[in-house]
Design a protein around this ligand. Structure first.
Ligand SMILES: [Zn+2]
Length: 230
């Protein structure tokens, strides 16, 4: 069990200190990368996606490292009445099956909604859950369901600008929105967002992503032309 380490977290809701498991970075060796930055891993035992969420065993409030620590009085009381009150002690701080990991994501999504976490953080949760459905569960229906939720939140983040406080550049955000739309079959939207990347005023700073967007833009255009002529 060399690949795991335990990290102590203090719950922002009930102040309980608990342990959550993470995978040591030197054991994280992605096998493949998708265009939306989804990676596949050798096994569930070394898949960091399964350990992205931490769940407080005492009250059920679940977070990721991207969650802000501050709770307003209003969200604090909402967490207490909507999560804590119905929670029965359960420890997520051990090696997780895929199902347990998916449950942890759903708890974090619910916690984030109740807390009113930033859209870009919610999008990150939905996107990673979609990745688990794509790469581990191989469930395309569930993958699409969560990709759709992810793109809605990324678009909301683009319009409110909340990504600026997080480790997310505008170009990466626009690229991801374009990529997810193309995966959902929304070609027109995908083209629109890839164009925003290609014409972005900071395009010189993130050349790799801009090139990727340009490639994707050509691919989609070529595919739709092919469809139109057949
Ligand atoms: Zn707690």
């Amino acid at each position: 069990m060399d690949q795991y380490y335990s990290r102590e977290i203090t719950c922002d809701n009930c102040n309980h200190a608990y342990n959550t498991i993470k995978i040591k970075s030197r054991f994280i060796r992605p096998l493949t990368h998708d265009t939306d930055f989804c990676s596949t891993y050798h096994s569930e035992e070394t898949n960091p996606l399964l350990y992205y969420v931490s769940v407080c065993p005492q009250c059920g409030y679940a977070v990721t490292d991207e969650f802000s620590n501050k709770l307003t009085a209003e969200s604090h009381s909402a967490i207490r009445t909507k999560i804590q009150k119905h929670w029965q002690y359960k420890d997520y701080g051990m090696i997780r099956s895929v199902n347990t990991a998916i449950n942890a994501y759903k708890l974090a999504i619910y916690s984030g909604i109740i807390k009113k976490e930033a859209a870009v953080v919610m999008a990150g949760l939905y996107l990673r859950l979609a990745w688990i459905y794509r790469t581990v569960e191989k469930n395309a229906t569930q993958e699409k369901r969560f990709l759709k939720l992810a793109v809605e939140q990324f678009e909301l983040s683009y319009s409110t600008g909340d990504f600026e406080d997080k480790a997310m550049s505008e170009i990466k955000l626009l690229y991801l929105i374009g990529d997810i739309h193309s995966r959902l079959g929304n070609e027109r939207q995908a083209i629109r967002y890839f164009q925003l990347v290609i014409q972005h005023k900071k395009k010189e700073k993130e050349k790799l992503l801009v090139d990727k967007a340009r490639d994707r833009w050509y691919e989609i255009r070529a595919a739709s032309k092919l469809q139109a002529t057949s």
